[in-house]
Design a binder for this molecule. Structure first.
Ligand SMILES: *[C@@H]1O[C@H](CO)[C@@H](O)[C@H](O)[C@H]1NC(C)=O
Ligand SMILES: *[C@@H]1O[C@H](CO)[C@@H](O)[C@H](O)[C@H]1NC(C)=O
Ligand SMILES: *[C@@H]1O[C@H](CO)[C@@H](O)[C@H](O)[C@H]1NC(C)=O
Length: 553
């Protein structure tokens, strides 16, 4: 997977070696030649770039017949750790699988015999490997990788770092000019800059088949993302099959059998994610964005009025009925047992007040409560009660920024999700000044598409560029790339998301000073081809080719 192929092409084109490939700032509509001219990075095709990397010019061949990934003798995780065994198999396949090794004489630079790499040993160093655990926001994801002859050693405190280290090892492997798998002697020491690195997928606006979700999780692992934010229901449809309230999907899904996520489906997604070190955080957004909930749960939504009579349409969740809270209590109790993560996302964004304003019972309630005309107080009344309910289920919660903006009283461990305001962000300053943990999505709405290399725009974001103290900056635990589902379904999700989300992956994982766009271009081009070789239809950055093109489905 080294970019020697690209070098060859560029030599043929006569552009290699000119400094035109090193433009610091490619513009979206700039000179195509500048945008495509590129060379290879001294970091090979590593993505996201590890914190500390040394790659030497000494290369080894992976022993074709004998190469193994195995537990180090000293490792605290033995063969009973199916998470690791599973990962060894996966990465063995990625590293050597389909290796069309041509039976050719070794080249002149290849020293036979001693320069074979026969083994990658994986050594879990802490007594508790976390093998059977779920990853969490406090999981240690660090690892150290030493590639030397005859064995490479991957050391990590627990399995989460080991998974990342396996991915990094696989990224060091490339095909030499004879098509043999090679790797250079290297020393890598790595850990993420931010603990929360997420992708939001929306399965309400379009239903996404399980297969697509799993392919996305697989690709997330290739990019060291660790949170799948599952925006599972919304206005258009309710595909989550609730055991307690089966009518919700029976009535609210696009189709009650073919367009739902059964308990077994959800379990499978969660386990598939866990095996890749990925948390699954479900979002059940209320009180707005709930039209689909109303179909299967009578009286949950507020009846809207036209003059003095009900118009037949419905608004947000009805916050003035006790039955609403009885329902929420049962529903979120179920959710807390189905989803093992410590957090659930409660939404709380974009509540439209017009229906509440039209309803005479709501008006009366507003008067009784002394809320006057301030409907954000009514929203806060609802959210406050909901947060109290979710707290009794022993979960932490994430909420969209409006809930904070409206002054709802939040638990100190609440994660505020900032989505309004694009690039530079005053809101990040406000949320952290109030002492809340926050994550950033505002600049990373990947459903907005344009021509050109918009990955660069995502790449250049600096999450800590807001005004604030060091203590405030520490409260930023990461971010999420969001792919809302209005224009996305199984046909176009993967190429739309990848490799554009890879830009966000590196921003959230790598050191703050990793921001050289042309080096990023050189690595990302090859990383993208690697995703393609692994069967992921990741779209191209610009013109060029991959040594192993996408083979279709
Ligand atoms: C790996 O080693 C080869 C020489 O064996 C060298 O040409 C290449 O640049 C090295 N790769 C990296 C990423 O340093
Ligand atoms: C709703 O609950 C409150 C507090 O528990 C109670 O005072 C009130 O009477 C209940 N309202 C109805 C309509 O049951
Ligand atoms: C930070 O604050 C200074 C002074 O108040 C202001 O000039 C500057 O624009 C702010 N920067 C950002 C990124 O908000």
């Amino acid at each position: 997977m080294d970019s020697g192929w690209m070098r060859t092409v560029l030599v043929l084109l006569g552009v290699f070696g000119s400094c035109r490939g090193l433009q610091p700032d490619y513009t979206e509509q700039g000179d195509p030649e500048l945008q495509s001219a590129s060379g290879s990075s001294k970091y090979g095709s590593l993505w996201p770039l590890p914190q500390k990397v040394q790659i030497s010019d000494v290369s080894f061949r992976l022993s074709v017949s004998g190469f193994r990934i195995r537990d180090a003798k000293e490792s605290s995780a033995g063969p009973s750790c199916s998470l690791l065994q599973n990962a060894y198999r996966r990465y063995y396949e990625y590293i050597l699988g389909g290796a069309g090794v041509k039976k050719q004489k070794p080249g002149k630079n290849w020293r036979s015999g001693p320069s074979e790499l026969t083994e990658l040993q994986v050594w879990i160093t802490s007594p508790d490997s976390d093998c059977d655990a779920f990853p969490s926001v406090t999981s240690d994801e660090s690892y150290e990788l030493t590639v030397d002859q005859p064995v490479a050693v991957l050391k990590a405190p627990n399995v989460w770092g080991a998974l990342h280290g396996l991915e990094t090892f696989s990224q060091l492997v490339y095909e030499d000019e004879y098509g043999a798998k090679s790797i250079n002697s290297s020393v890598i020491s790595d850990f993420p800059r931010f603990a929360h690195r997420g992708i939001l997928l929306d399965t309400s606006r379009h239903f996404l088949p399980i297969k697509v979700i799993l392919a996305n999780l697989e690709t997330m692992a290739m990019n060291k993302f660790n949170v799948f934010h599952w925006h599972i229901v919304d206005d258009p449809s309710f595909p989550y099959l609730s055991r307690t309230f089966p009518q919700l999907s029976q009535q609210g899904a696009y189709h009650p059998y073919t367009h739902v996520y059964t308990p077994a489906d959800v379990k499978m997604v969660i386990e598939f994610a866990r095996l890749r070190g990925i948390r699954v955080i479900p979002e059940f957004d209320t009180p707005g964005h709930t039209q689909s909930w109303g179909k299967g749960q009578p009286d949950l939504l507020t009846p809207c009025y036209s003059g003095s009579t009900p118009s037949g349409t419905f608004g947000p969740v009805n916050p003035i009925l006790n039955t609403t809270y009885d329902f929420m209590k049962q529903f979120f109790t179920e959710v807390s047992t189905v989803f093992p993560d410590g957090y659930v996302h409660l939404g709380g964004d974009e509540v439209d007040f017009s229906c509440w304003k039209s309803n005479p019972d709501i008006k009366k309630f507003m008067d009784q409560q002394g809320f006057g005309q301030d409907y954000s107080k009514l929203e806060s009344f609802y959210i406050q009660k909901l947060l109290d309910i979710v707290t009794t289920t022993k979960k932490g919660y994430m909420i969209w920024q409006e809930v904070f903006d409206n002054g709802v009283k939040l638990k100190p461990d609440t994660v505020v999700h900032v989505w309004i305001g694009g690039g530079s962000n005053e809101e990040m300053g406000k949320v952290t000044a109030a002492g809340y943990t926050t994550i950033l999505s505002a600049p990373w709405y990947l459903d907005y598409i344009s021509t050109g290399q918009d990955w660069q725009k995502y790449y250049k974001v600096e999450p800590l560029s807001f005004n604030g103290t060091e203590a405030q900056k520490k409260l930023v635990i990461g971010g999420e790339a969001c792919l809302w589902g209005e224009y996305v379904d199984a046909t176009n999700l993967t190429p739309r998301l990848w490799p554009r989300a890879s830009a966000v992956a590196e921003r959230l994982w790598s050191s703050k000073d990793v921001k050289d766009i042309s080096d990023a271009y050189n690595r990302l081009t090859v990383h993208r081809c690697r995703m393609v070789q692994r069967g992921i239809p990741a779209e191209p950055l610009f013109y060029g080719f991959c040594p192993h093109e996408y083979k279709g489905i």
